[in-house]
Structures are given as C-alpha cells and as structure tokens.
Design a protein around this ligand. Structure first.
Ligand code: SF4
Length: 283
C-alpha cells in the first residue's frame, strides 16, 4: 500500500468557511488503499477510455520501460458491475500493517480509497476497512475517489452508514455528464463532495464551463493533479491527448511528470477573478 505523510500544497482563495480538516491537512497521517492491487483483487473500471492519465500500471515492479496490459475495461465488460468475488476476505495482516503505520503518530488521520480500479467496484472492501479502522479505535477523515458511474442511492446510503466523510469526483471520467453532476448534488445532501482534475489541457474547457456549478454546490476542495506517467504503455495512452511539445520531467525510473503550471494558474486566476469560494490543492 502507498503510505503518505507530510505536507500537501494548499492554495486558498476567498474562503468563506474555513474547515478544520482542511486547515490541518499539512499535518495529517494518511493511509491509502489502492483498489484492487492492495486487496489481492484485479483492477476493474468501466471508464478507462475517458481517463487519458490513468493506466493499469501500479506497483514496484513496473517502471517507465514497462508495457503491462490494461485489462480493466475488458474485465468490466466480461463481468459487469456485480463482479465482486464471494470468497474475498479481509486479511489479518492488513490490519497489522495499518496499526504499525499509525503506532507513532499523533496526527489527525486521513483514510483514502483510491487505485487503478474504481473504488465503487469494491464496496465490500470499503466496508471491511471502515470496520477495521473502527475496531482499532481510529477516527479520521475518509475519502472515496471515484468516477461515480456506479454511484446509486443505495451505495451512497451504505457509504454514509460506514462513516465515509467525502466523495471525491473524477468528473473527466464521465466527461462532466449531467447524470454525474446530479449525483454530486445528491451526495452533497449526505456528505462532503470534492473534485479531482488531472492537469491536462484537454480537460480545461469543460472544467472551466462547469466551474460556476462546482462553486454553487459548495465543494469541500478541488485537487489539481499533476499527471504522472509510470510506464511506457501509460505514456503511450497519454500521447493521444497531449501535444508533442509537452514538457515531461523524469523524476525516477518509475515516474515522470507533466506539471502544467500554466493550466493551474489559469484555473486559479478564474477562481480568484470570479470570487469563488473554492479551496484548491495541488498534488
Ligand atoms: S475512473 Fe478512476 S480508475 Fe477508472 S480510469 Fe478513470 S481515473 Fe482510472
């Protein structure tokens, strides 16, 4: 599992409501569950064609020379949304790892469900992790990152019941579809909603168009994500949407970044100019 402690970059404009969680984000201890890699299940997702920046290339054995296959959508097409195996069980060693991770930390806790598979395909895993956090006596802020294509009233009810604090919508995955925006409004009645946007020019126009809506709905925060390349095959997928002149920074044999500072500045300028109450993070 990927474990991250330490500062996140926060950029705050015109905040009318200052929230304790966001204020304390610089000192949180977090535990990320990457679904399905971290729970011994295959990655599955129905939206892989829409997300240029997401490829099935998570893991320490994969580097920028690798070209692993991306079978997530094929798996979805073959098995559908009710694919979850009946015999899956939460392993006791996962609980031990979580305990070890937090044993010397007094920081507020942050729990994230993310991954190369869409977390809503793994509802039993979310339930099992939430139960484990509770058993360990942990309280914290919990976020589920998703395209929301599988979000229904029933699933939303379950997430609320299990104690999820926030749904972080990846709107590019459904091309800002009105149905997804309606799901955001529905979710907002029950928990916090946030948005994560990959900093790729191809998504900017649609995003700017929907910014007034995002402001009106009362987003918890907006994360502007630096596009990360982790494999040769992932780079090839990105090539279809980024101009040839795009600057790519190699940071290790496992990772290269497309920083796209100009797009971030344009978005922040728009938020400032329109006096929107949106808290922006960059990761
Ligand atoms: S919806 Fe999420 S998991 Fe699926 S392709 Fe997009 S970013 Fe990746």
């Amino acid at each position: 599992m990927k474990k991250e402690d330490g500062p996140l970059i926060l950029i705050i404009f015109n905040m009318k409501v200052v929230n304790n969680f966001i204020e304390s984000m610089a000192n949180v201890s977090s535990w990320n569950v990457n679904l399905g890699d971290d729970v011994d299940l295959p990655n599955i997702c129905d939206r892989t064609l829409s997300c240029a920046g997401c490829y099935d290339d998570y893991g320490p054995t994969i580097d920028l020379t690798s070209s692993p296959p991306d079978r997530r959508r094929k798996l979805y097409k073959r098995l559908g949304e009710n694919w979850f195996p009946d015999d899956w069980k939460f392993k006791p060693e996962w609980k031990e790892k979580i305990k070890n991770h937090f044993k010397n930390s007094k920081n507020p806790k942050y729990f994230l469900f993310t991954g190369r598979g869409d977390p809503l395909f793994y509802m039993p895993c979310i339930k099992a992790y939430m139960k484990t956090y509770k058993e360990l006596g942990y309280e914290g802020y919990t976020s589920v990152s998703t395209s929301a294509s599988l979000l229904t009233k029933e699933r939303l009810k379950s997430l609320v019941k299990w104690g999820i604090s926030e749904i972080n919508f990846n709107l590019v995955a459904t091309n800002f579809h009105p149905k997804t925006l309606a799901k955001m409004e529905l979710a907002k009645q029950e928990l916090n909603v946030a948005v994560e946007l990959p900093l790729l020019d191809v998504y900017e126009k649609q995003f700017m168009h929907h910014l007034p809506f995002l402001n009106s709905i009362g987003l918890k925060h907006l994360t502007l994500s630096t596009a990360r390349i982790c494999s040769k095959a992932g780079a090839k997928k990105l090539q279809s949407v980024v101009p040839r002149t795009t600057e790519i920074t190699k940071v290790s044999k496992h990772e290269a970044l497309i920083k796209n500072q100009p797009m971030m500045e344009r978005i922040m300028k728009e938020i400032k100019m329109k006096n929107y109450s949106i808290l922006v993070k960059n990761n």
